[in-house]
Design a protein around this ligand. Sequence first.
Ligand code: HEC
Ligand code: HEC
Length: 487
Amino acid sequence: MKFGQSFLLSLAPGLSGCGSDSSDNDESSITDALRAMATEQRLTGNPAAGRNLPAIEDPVPQLGMKLFFSKALGGLTDSACVTCHHPLLGGGDDLPLPVGVEAEDPDFLGPGRLHSVAGHHFDGGPTVPRNAPTTFNIALWDKVLFHDGRVEVLDGVDSHNGEAAPIRTPDSAGNVSDPADPDALNLTQAQSLFPVTSAEEMRGQFMAGSSNEELRQALVARLTSQALPNTWLAEFQSALNSNESAAELITFETISFALAEYERSQVFVDTPWKDFLEGDDEAITLQAKRGALLFFTAPAAGGAGCSGCHSGDFFTDEKFHVVAIPQIGRGKGDGTDGDDDFGREQTTKRPEDRYAFRTPTLLNVTETGPYGHSGAYKSLREVIVHHLNPAAAIDSFDFTLSNLDPAIQKTNAERNTRLALAQLEHNRSAGSSKLANVALSSGEIDQLEAFLQTLTDSCVADDSCLAQWVPGGPDPDGLRLLPSNQF
Ligand code: HEC
Ligand code: HEC
């Protein structure tokens, strides 16, 4: 171990009491160890390097932004993409589990958004079974989208964001590319065909019983309709630089393309960690450097082993692991009562994938809570502590959810969580788990947390910078979702 000596030094007690000379030495040996580690793990700090990505000023992302914020794509015109993926809410919704259609106030976003109860189909609590991941840096995923990877590049192809690769989606039959969508340019475009088809997220009871394709055609018809005050045709013509007719220009293919280009312009990778890797020793604190060493060092060598899964510059292996984050919410129809969520098994139908979820990126993680596929943890510290000893974290988890969101359905949450934990223990004894229990002091957990705080792009914490991703100017259909609350 090249860095072994300095790493041990970093763990030696009493350093904080030393004179400034020796702590300077200490810091420089930690910095050196960290740089050696970064070289060994081939980190550059810039996962966006070499990619062909749109800029938000470009015409197609500008069109996509207007569509992303329009409730015209919601079956009942009460939900838009931005309902659950607002740039000022970290590209998510700040809720453990989202509330999509039929909210009390459809334009109220974030904590406090509830389903309307009276005369509707719901009971107030969230109906969407999983946490809304951020759309930030969506263009950096090369293999899988969704917590269970149900939009994925088929085996063997390695390309940026799945460009020009065969992509499987929920519309595909089996392990083949999506026949309805052979032209999807990338994973992000393939994904953007689906939120409109989800009854809980955007569709409601609109055209219930019709196929996904029929529903999409009905939404296209809405955008091309002359009934509403409607300037979409002019918007499409200008973005696509064409004066063809609505029938030619407004299709679900162009809609999904524009939505995807808007999302793909949300590249936020300018982090203090990147500045450090590019040579600025002062870009991150000594505490964060110690945290980084723990993060990138295997448990067998005295570290926390985080980079075993959160690997590389994008902090994910794009694979699926059982971590046993509490299974809260209504679930995905799995298990004896239909309120469990089997994760990756949903997609692969392989029992060995039960309760495995995709490793999330950790870029901008300070802004993207609540955490885990179910949003069960509000704070970064809680989710870190969970990883270090899942059984202990589950023993002390408050299954009444009183600190989280009391509106969430609680039936069987503890039982389902313990089943996930049993699966983790099973994988551990079979030797197939990469998650080891690691005993860290509270100071070391602080260090890990300090490191994770260096992974946020300053734009993401700055409303005026993010304002470029929020539409101003004329509203093409009067259905733009402008939040009714401040956040
Ligand atoms: C009601 C909330 C809601 C709405 C509205 C919504 N989403 Fe999502 N979105 C989610 C949830 C929840 C997931 C994760 C689902 C899963 O993994 O099973 C998700 C996943 C995604 C992902 C994949 C992210 C990743 O890291 O894999 C993208 C991209 C995305 N949504 C874009 C969109 C677009 C585009 C729209 C509008 C057409 C939209 N969403 C509308 C809640 C929502
Ligand atoms: C075995 C692979 C693995 C290891 C090792 C691992 N993680 Fe994770 N991590 C995951 C998976 C998988 C999830 C998502 C779980 C889910 O969605 O239920 C996750 C979720 C997270 C989240 C929540 C992110 C979000 O957006 O929801 C954070 C923060 C995190 N991990 C940090 C860490 C830290 C810090 C370490 C080291 C102590 C670590 N992880 C070690 C696989 C791993």
